[in-house]
Design a protein. Structure first.
Length: 156
């Protein structure tokens, strides 16, 4: 029989028991160690094999993407006015309320193991959060909708 430390965390007996029995190991460190693999760098992008060609390809795609919609001040002004009039005509008492069910549905759609390098937050934290957090998320989003205001930290 293998010692507990040498068993795979995701083996047939589920290495989660390592954390459950209180051994001196951090669950997320174990997950990170298991997933620690080197990621290969592609040597060929859309048939272009060299760095200069790849960078030119991306520049061309970027230019095409961001110039495909023409900028016409009159058109933009018309769109802005139309949006403003629709907002003004809406009944403010019928503001949408986020429910805990909405939050759960959105969290179920999150991809696991994604993180924001700037803050160090991982989608795993939200996916594995307690139901109490869903209540707080719903309150937060409802406050944003009602007050129409965001903290500077929310702005990207």
């Amino acid at each position: 029989m293998q010692p507990l430390r040498e068993k795979s965390l995701f083996g047939p007996t589920c290495g989660c028991s390592v954390v459950a029995v209180g051994l001196d190991r951090d669950f997320w460190s174990e997950i990170k160690r298991i997933r620690a693999k080197t990621v290969g760098v592609s040597r060929n992008v859309h048939g272009v094999p060299d760095n200069v060609g790849i960078s030119k390809l991306f520049c061309d795609k970027y230019q095409k993407l961001y110039s495909c919609v023409s900028y016409n001040e009159r058109d933009i002004r018309c769109i802005k006015n139309e949006i403003s009039s629709k907002i003004a005509s809406e009944n403010c008492s019928e503001v949408y309320q986020f429910t805990i069910s909405d939050i759960k549905t959105a969290i179920r759609r999150l991809k696991p193991h994604k993180s924001d390098d700037a803050s160090g937050l991982s989608s795993d934290y939200v996916i594995n959060a307690d139901d109490v957090c869903y209540v707080h998320f719903a309150l937060l989003f409802n406050a944003i909708v009602v007050h129409g205001n965001l903290l500077d930290n929310f702005l990207v």
